[in-house]
Design a protein around this ligand. Structure first.
Ligand code: SF4
Length: 201
């Protein structure tokens, strides 16, 4: 399948995709971005309104949290591949402020066409799934973030999948849950760092 596609073609074709209804409510599709030969792929849930302005995933406050996590791994966003399970923003239509909501199963299943293509082209060694939707999209509907985060799972093309919390979730937390979840994320980052170091051994 990937022989007929490259990342530029995916970015172009996303703009006319109607595989689910999300294209109706968002300004533009946001393709993945970063190093197309990266060992590490980070998969979030859905583009933000900031991403719609910049055209890149993980812009705005959530992206700044991600940058701090990447620094702990000794990486920059230019050295990894960043993407989402859905490429159009998943908007809560009942919310007057039209804030993001988590994508539902029918949406990330429809968009898995594009995610599978991305993974088949980039072939990352390690995939970090941020949040429940990304975990379910990669590991199935039985995935539970509270139970499965920080564990390692076999992923596509011999990759290893490590789920952890989404950066946007961290931003919503208050003490004492914030400290508890931050400590769990630190443990997950240690796991990812160890896996990355094993690639160069
Ligand atoms: S979210 Fe994905 S599947 Fe849905 S319309 Fe956008 S690109 Fe297509």
């Amino acid at each position: 399948m990937q022989e007929h596609y490259d990342l530029q073609q995916i970015a172009q074709d996303l703009q006319s995709c109607q595989r689910c209804d999300l294209y109706l409510y968002s300004r533009t599709a946001i393709p993945g971005n970063g190093d197309s030969q990266a060992n590490l792929m980070i998969i979030g849930e859905s583009p933000s309104e900031y991403d719609e302005s910049t055209g890149k995933p993980f812009s705005g406050p959530s992206g700044r949290v991600l940058d701090s996590w990447l620094r702990k791994l000794g990486l920059t966003r230019e050295e990894v591949w960043l993407t989402n399970v859905v490429k159009h923003r998943s908007v809560d239509l009942k919310d007057p402020r039209r804030r993001n909501r988590a994508p539902i199963a029918s949406e990330y299943k429809a968009c898995s066409h594009w995610l599978r293509l991305e993974i088949s082209i980039i072939r990352p060694k390690i995939i970090v799934a941020l949040g429940a939707s990304a975990g379910k999209a990669l590991l199935g509907s039985g995935f539970k973030i509270s139970r499965d985060r920080g564990k390692t799972f076999p992923g596509p093309y011999d990759s290893i999948v490590v789920p952890t919390y989404h950066t946007a979730y961290i931003l919503k937390l208050k003490s004492p849950l914030l400290e508890q979840v931050s400590s769990q994320v630190e443990q997950d980052l240690d796991t990812i760092k160890r896996l990355l170091s094993q690639l160069t051994e």
